[in-house]
Write a protein that binds this ligand. Sequence first.
Ligand code: IPD
Ligand code: CA
Ligand code: CA
Length: 294
Amino acid sequence: MNPINPNSRNEREPYVVTSKGHTAVAINAAAKAGEWIKSRQGQVKELGTKTSAQDLVTEVDKGVEQMIRRLILTHYPDHAILGEEGVEPGAAAAAAALEEAREHEYLWIVDPVDGTTNFVHGFPFYCVSIALVVRGELTVGVIYDPTRDEMFVAEKGKGAYIHGIRASVSTENELAGSLLAMGFPPDREFAQPANMAGLQQLLPQIRGIRAGGSAALHLAYVAAGRVDAYWEVGLNPWDCAAGVLLVLESGGKVTDTRGSAYDIGTRHVVASNGRIHDALIASLKAGEATGYQP
Ligand code: IPD
Ligand code: CA
Ligand code: CA
């Protein structure tokens, strides 16, 4: 982007700060947002629902998204932003919003609070997730966990880092020795049976399973080697975009639940250390738990 000459610019044109890189902007926004979220834990004033009684939203989700939007647009006023709270609830609206957003050269994908149910209950496992897609390619992924003050950062081709220390996926080769993570979206019609089928199929074959309630943090934990894989049927782009880049840049693998290439529109996601990927997908297929028609 060309810097705007302050002497020649139209007064109504936004002023562009040009000295910061995309990643620095994402980190700054995530850190500020995370601090604010943490300060509001236990003080939610407006608890609302979206698609169902399980699909929660608070004034903090909305306020944080607004804060992140403003910070990004301060630096990049011509970039597009796809944020969860700016989209009507439901899979169809998410798909339509993504199709429109895909047209933009620079697209930020934001989940202001991933793990809202945890946040509302005071269960300290939630995060801010910010990704940048440039001409269709994931190029920056930042996830911030304010409870543990952990900043997960990935840049395309440059690796993934936690506070500057390189992250790498685990080296586990067998499902039998694996700790997996998964999740349950609020949709009980379609996603819940598929995820229950996966749980039923995999639990007897593995060491343990966690469903912590934050897709983005689970992906960050795959990147950090803290769990060997994560899968979930029924995700939205903002749940996974940043986490997917973290996993890829940590040496892991991400596909849909059938093993096909991941795209930012993929809703049924498997992310792993790579080594157990095929076995995990085979198991989901065997349990008819992919979320796709067989
Ligand atoms: C949810 C969380 C949850 C996952 C759901 C997501 P939200 O996001 O990531 O772990 O199971 O699929 O919708 O609503 O807390 O941003
Ligand atoms: Ca989310
Ligand atoms: Ca959210």
